[in-house]
Structure formats: structure tokens, C-alpha cells
Write a protein that binds this ligand. Sequence first.
Ligand code: SF4
Ligand code: SF4
Length: 299
Amino acid sequence: MSYKFCHRLKNALFFSNSDIIHCCSGEEQTSPKFMDNYYGEFFDKNLLYESKKSAQLRAKNGEVPFKACENCHSFTEEEWDDDLSIKDISISHWTACNCNCFYCYTAKDKNYFNTRKPYKLMPVLEEIKDIIDFNGVVRFIGGDVAMLEEFEQIVDFFYDNGMRDFYVPTSGIKFLPTIEKILLGGYGHVIVSVDSGNAEMYRKIKQVDCFDKVAENILRYISAANEGGSLFELKYILIPNLNDNVEQVRSWLDFAEKIGAKNLALKNHCDDNGLHYGQFMYLSQLLHGLENGRYKLAE
Ligand code: SF4
Ligand code: SF4
């Protein structure tokens, strides 16, 4: 049956700081929610299924299942089946990070976000194991995984149950054998956003003096990714009036070439005229936020 529905609403589960949501489109406050004020308690798995089922029913009846879905790029007309199993899990319940990017929301109060203790997730995952489809993907979206006490245990849990797709962004400041294991195993998509190609710009943006350390760790991760056949990606976030010039982008491209990074999240550059365009994974999400008034463009 063809109707407008959404892959995330159908099959995703997102553990945020204090809620369980169906997706992270927009802010946590406005995302379609399963549970409010959630801090690691056991919950009724049937209720989760019922919540997805009733959203699907609303969609089948031509309704918009949640307000946030209105005009969302993921709310698409397709032939949908009725499989509501959980196969896209985002772990995003911790905020501590060993980096200090000035553009990060945690920069507002670094001490608070670094000392905030996340709830334990492992007991919950064990409890809901039978509703997870392990042919899916696990995404870590929080602070830095180096600061997540349960990181290795969570990866092992999913891996031991058959999961073979792990998405792990990291600052790269601390070398993690668990990330290396994921890359060597051929089931990882690891991203480091350096936003610069030299120590000076790195320090300005990240507010920590770790460029050389990160470069060294990236080198090791790339070697593991090449050996295992995983995806390692080097990212560059363009920041107006800081690194959004050809000189800085070239510095980053030179750095990427030097360390052998093959996958860059700034897609193309022109030899004579500078950059063609940047690729931003969540551009459509940003546009949706602008349309719904969640985000505003700076002057
Ligand atoms: S807001 Fe968008 S991504 Fe989230 S459940 Fe609705 S349609 Fe899906
Ligand atoms: S690495 Fe990510 S989580 Fe850490 S400060 Fe930078 S943007 Fe924030």
C-alpha cells in the first residue's frame, strides 16, 4: 500500500539525554516522542510497538503522524510494509566530550555537559533485545565515545548479537581500540571532523591543543579502515569568517592527502576557482528546521 510515512518512525529508536524519541529531526523537544523524562528505566516493549503502529495507522489514513513530520524530507510516499521492528538505533544519551568546539551546544556550559552523568543503557538494551532486528545499524551521537563508559560494552552487545553496521563520529583525541576493532572488522563508518588542516586553526575552532595527536590517531584509524574495508571519513565544517576560505580548505585537503584520507565530507574543489560546493549530511534536515521556524539564519 502506498502512502506517506517515514523509515525512522517505522523502525528507529533514539535514546536521547532525557527522552526516547522516534527520530532526531529537529530539536529533541519537537521530535516525535515515545517517552518523556526518560532516565534508563525499563519500559513496556509493547507500548513502543503500539506507538509505532498507531503512527503508521494515522499515516495510512492520510494523516501526518506527528506535527514534526509536516514537510519533513523523510515523510515520503512509498509502498510501505508493516515491519515495525527496531533496526536503526541511535545512542545519544551522554554529552561529555574531550574536545571543546566553540560551535557545539555543549560549549555553553562545558563543565555541566562534561559532568552530567548518563543513565546506564546496557540493562535496557538487554531488556529490549527481542524487539531489535540486528540486521540494522547502531549510531553513536553524543559527546565523544571516549567519554562514554559503556561504549565498548554496547558495541560488543550489538556485535555479539549480529549487528554489522556501526556509525561512530569521534573527536579522535583519544585512540580507542574499540573503534579500531570496528574498522578492522569491516563494519564501521567512522568520522572525525577536524575542520582544519593545521594546528593553529584547529586550536581556534576546537579550543584544545590536540591537532598532532588527532592526526596520529586518524592515521591509525585509516590504516585499520583500509585493512578491514570500513569507511573512514574526514569532515570539514565551514565556519563563516574563520575557515571558509580557499587557503584553509586547501590546508585541510593537503592534510587529508598527506595522511591518506580518501573520503572527505567536503566533496569537490576546483583548481582555479576554489570550492564548488560542500556536502552536508543533514542539509535537508536543516532546511526542514528553517521551514518550521526551528532554526534561523544568522544575519
Ligand atoms: S519528523 Fe521526519 S524523520 Fe522524524 S518521524 Fe517525522 S517524518 Fe520521520
Ligand atoms: S567533538 Fe562533537 S561533541 Fe565534542 S565538542 Fe566538538 S561538536 Fe561537541
